[in-house]
Write a protein that binds this ligand. Structure first.
Ligand SMILES: NC(=O)c1ccc[n+]([C@@H]2O[C@H](COP(=O)([O-])OP(=O)(O)OC[C@H]3O[C@@H](n4cnc5c(N)ncnc54)[C@H](OP(=O)(O)O)[C@@H]3O)[C@@H](O)[C@H]2O)c1
Length: 315
């Protein structure tokens, strides 16, 4: 809830109920004035991560363009849980022309039950694509199918993850290639036809990047926003250049993309996927569970000095 406004604020006033995007930039930065997307501006910083004033607090400080009206039908914890993953997924799937997800496009989604993945499955469906999700546990399969995944692959059926062996070590490299090929064939089986993903939504990084580049369709795109399993990603460049694939970095979302995913959630087209709501006292263990990949499927919300869960407006 807006508690106070500073000079120059025109779109929001005290008492307005808002949800807040997680990136800041300088609207007067020279590159933005020359037309650079603000998320790619040299002035861009992640709010509460590269900058002070994050969201795990009763009071915080934001720029006006970070604010969006809170959809009235959502509870506070629903409204607070989806925007980081939702807006990032939306940009990854729609922001990189010509690789905007199109009707009939097969899309491979790593971590289909995670925050990004849960949103991505629904966004791909919204645009008529065919989402195939990856999980590490069959218990997460139903979550992905309920959200509209066409099919689900369990990555535990494969063992070739991690950095690439040296291509000159033909035995080790051959074993990796066998693993990547089996994974690609599994994708076709689950899809029900022999088509490879036009878009691969990457974020595990070290463990999966080489496979993502290998299984991506000719002239398709691997788009990544993270290195959950490690920051050093190996790829065999031959698969990138010979089949003219694209490896694209993506980070957060601009104001238009952020509003677009909020509108889809507000209209009931995308479920915010709130799985768990924890009190502020449990914020440490909630983060530890994410770190250990033991958290529930979907998104977790934290109540900070809130009167209780389930409220849609201020009491
Ligand atoms: N750049 C940005 O703007 C931005 C924005 C949001 C999030 N992110 C980053 O994106 C990543 C995902 O975020 P999230 O909210 O979806 O996190 P999350 O809810 O923890 O989900 C991550 C998923 O990744 C999968 N995973 C974990 N280790 C893996 C591995 N070694 N190989 C393959 N899959 C693995 C897990 O699924 P399974 O174990 O079931 O496979 C998990 O569900 C995080 O690193 C986050 O920091 C970046």
């Amino acid at each position: 809830m807006v508690w106070a406004v500073g000079e120059g604020v025109t779109q929001y006033g005290v008492g307005d109920e808002v949800i807040v995007g997680g990136v800041r930039w300088d609207e007067s930065a020279p590159d933005i004035r020359l037309g650079t997307d603000p998320t790619a501006s040299r002035s861009q910083r992640a709010w509460g991560y590269e900058l002070n004033h994050g969201s795990f607090a009763q009071f915080t400080v934001v720029d006006e363009y970070q604010c969006h009206p809170k959809p009235p039908r959502l509870t506070w914890e629903e409204a607070g849980c989806f925007l980081g993953g939702g807006s990032t997924s939306y940009r990854m799937l729609t922001g990189w022309h010509p690789h905007h997800v199109r009707p009939g496009d097969p899309v491979l989604i790593w971590g289909g039950s995670g925050g990004l993945g849960s949103m991505a499955i629904q966004i791909v469906n919204h645009f008529g694509g065919i989402p195939v999700a990856v999980v590490s546990d069959d218990a997460k399969r139903d979550h992905c199918l309920r959200l509209g995944a066409h099919g689900v692959v369990n990555r535990r059926e494969f063992t070739h993850w991690g950095g690439l062996p040296d291509p000159d070590d033909t035995a080790a490299y051959g074993a990796w290639l066998d693993g990547a090929r089996s994974f690609g064939r599994r994708f076709w089986e689950v899809l029900g036809e022999r088509r490879s993903p036009r878009i691969v939504l990457e974020h595990p990084g070290r463990d999966t990047l080489a496979t993502s580049v290998y299984v991506c369709d000719n002239a398709g795109m691997v788009v990544t926003c993270a290195g959950t399993s490690g920051y050093l990603g190996h790829i065999d460049l031959r698969f990138l250049w010979m089949f003219q694939k694209r490896l694209q970095g993506s980070h957060a979302a601009n104001v238009r993309e952020t509003r677009a995913i909020i509108d889809l959630v507000a209209a009931g087209r995308v479920d915010p996927c709130l799985s768990e709501t924890v009190p502020f006292e449990e914020i440490g263990s909630a983060h530890q569970q994410v770190y250990e990949n033991r958290h529930a499927a979907g998104n977790t919300a934290v109540l900070v000095n809130a009167p209780g869960p389930g409220l849609t407006g201020m009491p």
